[in-house]
Design a protein around this ligand. Structure first.
Ligand SMILES: Cc1ncc(COP(=O)(O)O)c(C=O)c1O
Length: 367
């Protein structure tokens, strides 16, 4: 048997009839089936699809104590023609692979991982096609996860792992997001070390570090944290689950990938579209002081986040050291809107997929 060929144990009774597709939330409900495979005795074995079910783990497993775990996330959309469209999953496969290397997880070569992950995703979507929402704005979120499952309290890379893929019908991440969100610049806590840390890996520790600052910013009335570099709290890094872009005096500025921020798939897609459209872009370090100066000069034209959960999310205001700075025009700005319309149009199969970003999965209940 090929590793990318796997047996399927179907559910006895689907739970899809119990789902409130009006307001699915984000990652609160999981579809009937999931994929699993294990690493033991030095090899990845037993790929399989089976009913979504609780895990049985010893309390001593390494992941629970030392956080040896990685995940990723991408979405499948139901197009007007009824087919599912998965947005650039091969990028997520590569990032999952790279995250494993940083977390010392003995992952298979990147091309094998891609084949297994994409096959598992296709199979899950075919099997659970009734879970793929039909409403515009909704989608099926795909969450691969790898955890260390060896029971040991020794601080070292574990010998055993489980690789899982689950899917979840989701709505828009920030409700009526085109109104714009409020960011709080975090100048006390740090998300990830500037050099040599975990920032570029999609791993639990980065998100654990963000919880307290996130809760504090929400208590102050903000939606998300805008992270600064971990050395000086001076240069802008990224948002909680998005990469950040500023349009200042006609040029779009975004921080470069340098190991401390997540290399976002939507970030990359945004940069490609901006290049296609001939919009001036500067991928460079940007000080928070420069953003404040642009606000005072009236040149802070648009600010937006880019990420799988929200696609393109306009930022209405930025809070920094007790002051609130609003972008010049009411959000969404023109460029923000164009990017949102283009990316979501490609994702739902309404606009031409010129870069071959979409992986199409024909569905039994498609048109
Ligand atoms: C910390 C962080 N930055 C950026 C992103 C955006 O990445 P992507 O566009 O691949 O979803 C995410 C979401 O995955 C994230 O969690």
């Amino acid at each position: 048997m090929q590793l990318s060929d796997f047996p399927v144990t179907p559910v006895e009774r689907s739970r899809v009839g119990d789902v409130d597709f009006e307001s699915p939330g984000f990652g609160r409900i999981f579809s009937d089936h999931m994929f699993s495979m294990d690493f033991r005795n030095g090899a990845w074995v037993e790929p399989r699809i089976h009913p979504y079910a609780p895990l049985e783990l010893e309390p001593g497993v390494a992941m629970l104590h030392y956080g040896q775990t990685v995940f990723d996330g991408y979405k499948a959309f139901r197009g007007a023609d009824g087919d599912a469209r998965i947005f650039r999953p091969e990028r997520n496969a590569q990032r999952l692979h790279d995250s494993c290397l940083r977390l010392c997880i003995p992952i298979m070569p990147a091309d094998e991982l891609r084949e297994i992950l994409l096959n598992a995703t296709r199979e899950l979507i075919r099997l659970d096609h009734a879970w793929l929402p039909t409403a515009r704005g909704q989608s099926l979120y795909v969450r691969p996860l790898i955890i260390a499952t060896e029971s040991t309290l020794e601080v070292r890379a574990a010998t055993d792992y489980r690789f899982m893929v689950m899917t979840s019908p989701v709505g828009a991440y920030f409700g009526d997001q085109l109104d714009g969100i409020a960011l709080k610049v975090e100048d006390r806590y740090t998300r990830a070390a500037t050099v040599g840390g975990l920032g570029a890996a999609k791993t639990a520790a980065n998100y654990a570090a963000s919880l307290l600052p996130g809760a504090e910013s929400r208590a102050e009335g903000f939606d998300q944290v805008l992270w600064l570099d971990g050395n000086e709290h001076r240069y802008v890094e990224e948002v909680g689950a998005m990469n950040i872009f500023f349009k200042i005096d006609g040029t779009v500025v975004t921080p470069p990938l340098g190991g401390s921020i997540l290399p976002g798939v939507v970030r990359d897609s945004t940069l490609t579209l901006l290049a296609d459209w001939g919009v001036p872009v500067d991928e460079r370090r940007i000080e928070i002081g420069e953003v404040v100066d642009a606000f005072h000069a009236g040149t802070l034209e648009e600010v937006f986040g880019a990420g799988t959960a929200a696609v393109i999310c306009p930022v209405a205001s930025i809070g920094y050291r007790g002051e609130v700075y609003r972008v010049a025009a009411p959000p969404p700005g023109e460029l923000t809107r164009m990017l949102y319309d283009e990316l979501s149009g490609i994702q739902y199969g309404e606009r031409e997929d010129r870069h071959g970003w979409v992986m199409r999965v024909p569905l039994p209940d498609g048109a």
